[in-house]
Design a protein around this ligand. Sequence first.
Ligand SMILES: Cc1cc2nc3c(=O)[nH]c(=O)nc-3n(C[C@H](O)[C@H](O)[C@H](O)COP(=O)(O)OP(=O)(O)OC[C@H]3O[C@@H](n4cnc5c(N)ncnc54)[C@H](O)[C@@H]3O)c2cc1C
Length: 349
Amino acid sequence: MTVHDVAVIGAGPAGLAAALTLAEGGARVVVLERSESFRDMPGEHLGPAALPVLARLGWTPRAPGAVPLSAIVSHWRAGPPVRQEALFDPYGLGFAIERATLLSDLAARAGAAGAALRFGSTARGISGRPGDWRITCDSGDVTAGAIFDASGRARRVARALGAAAGAADDLICHHRVLAGADAGAVELVLEAVDQGWWYTLALPRPGRIAAGFVTDRMTGAVWESALGRAPATRARIGGFSECTRCTVPCGSPGQHLAGGAGWRGLGDAHAASDPLSGLGLARALSDGREAARVYLGLAPEPVPLPPRSAETATRRLLYAEAGARWPRASFWRARTEDKRRPLALRERA
Ligand SMILES: Cc1cc2nc3c(=O)[nH]c(=O)nc-3n(C[C@H](O)[C@H](O)[C@H](O)COP(=O)(O)OP(=O)(O)OC[C@H]3O[C@@H](n4cnc5c(N)ncnc54)[C@H](O)[C@@H]3O)c2cc1C
């Protein structure tokens, strides 16, 4: 059995940023990914905050996998929509991306630097101790001195080592990629409805639009009826045909356990953001690169961040603006009243 310095669980943006940095620094690294290949997933807006870390990873957004966003249009508060033009923003508004293209590029660079990437390899169990971990995996067990948990909201390692699994809320996203003759300008359109909010984004592939409806699992709201209440979204995707669909959890429980002896959590496995923030990709990439630099002795251990209370407060204000339109709607009340419960996190001794 090959012995690795680091096993990275998950080949999302956090895992690949870590693997690339580790491999370039000379570490023997293996990446275990449960999917058979990279596929497009929700999260197609690469905000400007992600660009500096991507530049450090040697990746520049360019066609055909990435096209610049021209505007963000928000049907959020009562009254006319608010339009933010990229032209007038010194940092731009980021890019619409084919996520699979970004991940494939990062994986190719990590592979060229010496990282081993194993698709179809679900990490199912962890035993051993720091310096001598054993990961039970579909494609054969792996031993490694350290583990980076980049398994996203699944938080495979954290849960195996005893962290609580609960999320602070039951937010989910019903997501579809749709195809039509003309997807229009590369704009991100947000629209609040009584049971949640919609986003639509024209993708780099001609004629494709990503659409997501974010709601509470318990509202039981379904795509068709929610679309009926979202005139701007309906106007944009009406007549388009469905290419893919999925429903993913996107509750934002805030700060998790960052790690323990011989392992650490990266990206969403460390602290998942509310999708409304548009910061998930930037955070995941930075987390991955920074954790690798700490491991390689190129950066000091970061000072633990305080819980994201300021961010949560800002988000609550945003939610309150839309929620004022539907004061009795359970979705908005749940987000404007502070009902978040602290997570009791335990670490196995
Ligand atoms: C609906 C929605 C919309 C979003 N929109 C945006 C957006 O527009 N912009 C933005 O910046 N962010 C957005 N985000 C957030 C962003 O997608 C995440 O923050 C980001 O993908 C986190 O990256 P990650 O590498 O930590 O985890 P992930 O991207 O979740 O990657 C985790 C990887 O681990 C693999 N994995 C899981 N379990 C195992 C296992 N046991 N063994 C092996 N592999 C495993 C998974 O298959 C996956 O490939 C959105 C999120 C959601 C839910």
